[in-house]
Design a protein around this ligand. Structure first.
Ligand code: KG4
Ligand code: ZN
Length: 362
């Protein structure tokens, strides 16, 4: 971010179940941020149906882009470049955004860059919304990324894949995935995260004995599937909670275990990497329990915590536009070589289900 030049970027995001477009300046200023959620379309299925996602993206992408430009009060001629989520995500869904972005860029002769969705989530900490100005984090920092598809700790020296190192990730379910699976078990619908968060605030976590996930002190890896299995076992033995209070207590116990693990491992990573700035991103960063506990832990250590406003934590195109602006400012242009992929470009050292590769230990 050394550049003084400020450019205006149109961002497009279609990797999962939100069709989103935003206009953002390279100084982080968000001019518009439009999100069309497909949650209702997928809710009856208890999860995301890829074909439905592609169909709805096709239907929504054009009006969403038009709304983003109109709310920003600009036309395409005033846009300096296009950024689109190129990975990771559902292949069919990613294609809709990428083809639309390519069409726009070629028609207007604009540079275009593909953005890794996970780098986008880390960039949300830099967004400046008119209602909540904030001081952006300085590198190097520790990033805790907690979404529906990923849960990992990173050391971020630079905001591009080559400057990001994974310190530990989940060996099984992502935190958001565990929330959604527990939500389904408890009959709360999809996605379970926001609902469990709400119910947990009315509950007493001490009324349920649930084990703490992967308690090995020296590991920065996570595991949430055991915790989910324990909730499943409880439901098998007792049926769904009988009263609202029991439901709230169970949600509170589950949430406390997840939050406690996320915060404890983050603090261990801050110590190990000797970092003083801690950024949290991804859908689960909208969680009130996590935000409160993280702030207390950061204050206790004299570390600076940067968590985006809740709407910037969940999927959006403003974070994609900002991540793209960094590449565009550096003179990069993917042009015809833009490709989509279901996999992230961030280094992955944690093996699913099997622990860390020996070469990546430490
Ligand atoms: O980042 P995101 O919007 O999409 C992915 O890239 O995965 O994250 C979605 C995930 C879902 O699993 C959802 O249940 C979870 O974030 N989530 C929450 C909350 N809001 C969204 N989990 C816990 N508490 C919340 N308040
Ligand atoms: Zn996401």
């Amino acid at each position: 971010m050394a550049s003084e030049r400020v450019i205006t970027v149109l961002g497009i995001e279609t990797s999962c179940d939100e069709t989103a477009a935003a206009v953002v300046r390279s100084n982080g200023e968000v001019l518009s941020d439009v999100i069309e959620s497909q949650v209702k379309a997928h809710a009856p299925y208890g999860g995301i149906v890829p074909e439905l996602a592609s169909r709805d993206h096709l239907r929504n992408v054009r009006p969403v882009i038009e709304a983003a430009l109109s709310r920003a009060g600009i036309g395409l001629p005033e846009v300096d470049g296009v950024a689109v989520t190129a990975r990771p995500g559902l292949a069919g869904a990613l294609h809709v955004g990428a083809q639309t972005a390519l069409g726009l860029a070629f028609a207007r002769g604009l540079p275009i860059v593909g953005v890794d969705h996970l780098v986008g989530h880390l960039c949300a900490a830099y967004l400046q919304y008119p209602e909540s100005p904030s001081t952006p984090p300085e590198t190097p920092f520790l990033a805790l990324l907690v979404s529906g598809g990923h849960t990992a700790l990173y050391r971020v020296d630079e905001l591009r894949a080559a400057g990001i190192r994974e310190l530990g990730a989940t060996r099984d379910d992502a935190a958001g995935e565990a929330y959604d699976k527990v939500g389904k078990l408890l009959g709360l619908g999809y996605p379970g995260g926001p609902m469990i968060d709400r119910l947990a605030h009315e509950g007493d976590a001490t009324r349920f004995e649930l084990p703490r996930p992967l308690n090995r002190r020296d590991s920065l890896e996570f595991s949430f599937s055991g915790l989910k299995t324990n909730v499943a076992r409880w439901v098998e033995q007792n049926g769904r909670p009988q009263s609202r209070q029991q439901l709230c207590d169970l949600c509170a116990a589950f949430q406390q275990r997840v939050v406690e693990t996320l915060v404890r491992k983050s603090v261990a990573a801050l110590e190990r990497e000797q970092l003083r700035t801690w950024v949290i991103g991804g859908g689960v960063a909208a969680n009130r329990g996590l935000r409160t506990a993280a702030l207390a832990a950061a204050e206790a250590r004299g570390a600076r915590l940067v968590v985006p406003i809740p709407r910037a934590c969940t999927d959006n195109a403003a974070m994609i536009a900002f991540a793209g602006a960094l590449r565009l400012l550096a003179g990069e242009n993917d042009g015809h070589s833009l490709e989509v992929s279901p996999h992230t470009e961030l280094p992955q050292t944690t093996r699913k289900g099997r622990g860390q590769r020996p070469s990546a230990a430490g």
